[in-house]
Design a protein around this ligand. Structure first.
Ligand SMILES: [Zn+2]
Length: 213
């Protein structure tokens, strides 16, 4: 926090926009595993997180979205929490943030913890109201947040292109429009599984990191 106090502009942005924690930006673009085999663990929701048991499925679909874009170069396998390279946690809302990735060491290897805040109230009153009245909006936000944060876990950085799932709201843009663009393509929840949310740019970047041998 000491460093941030010398950067008042950044503090201001984080108060206005639902940006992520500062710890989520990877320094270098490297695959989590050179062979593309990535172990994962999905936790139960923490009390107060507004987690629904079906959210676990959204996280699995988000993993499938990334894996499915690499022609088999990237493969996810479930593992116990202490061994998993990628760990997903559902946590209570935190002012101004909706998701976060933090690097971790998993039995001596570089891994990532992903924190998802299913309470859409953190995205502002307009999004909170939409999510309350339309469960597909709520699930869209949770799903796309999973895809975005898992993208960071896999080694991807933010982009400034609003078509990308790795787009960063700090560049501006209409947050409800971003999520509604996806939601409007759904007629039922199961449609999420067939609609990755990845842009051509997202796909080319993940394929550059995870190439078929
Ligand atoms: Zn991000």
């Amino acid at each position: 926090m000491g460093r941030l106090t010398r950067l008042p502009a950044l503090v201001l942005v984080s108060l206005i926009l639902p940006v992520e924690g500062a710890a989520q930006r990877p320094r270098t673009l490297e695959p989590l595993d050179a062979t593309g085999r990535v172990t994962y663990f999905i936790a139960e929701g923490e009390p107060g997180s507004t987690y629904r048991p079906s959210d676990r499925e959204l996280a699995v679909w988000a993993l499938e979205a990334w894996a499915g874009s690499t022609d088999g170069a990237l493969r996810f396998e479930p593992a116990p929490e202490a061994e998993a390279l990628v760990r997903v946690y559902w946590v209570p809302a935190d002012a101004g943030t909706y998701g976060e990735m933090r690097p971790l060491l998993a039995t001596g290897r570089r891994g990532a913890a992903v924190y998802i805040r299913p309470d859409t109230g953190a995205l502002g009153s307009q999004m909170a109201e939409l999510a309350r009245t339309d469960l597909l909006v709520r699930d869209t936000v949770v799903y796309l947040t999973c895809v975005h944060e898992l993208g960071h876990a896999l080694g991807l950085e933010h982009t400034a292109d609003v078509r990308d799932i790795m787009y960063f709201f700090g560049y501006g843009g209409d947050i409800p429009a971003f999520f509604n663009r996806y939601r409007m393509r759904l007629t039922r929840r199961a449609d999420i599984r067939g609609l990755s949310g990845l842009s051509a740019g997202d796909v080319s970047r993940v394929r550059a990191l995870y190439r078929p041998n």
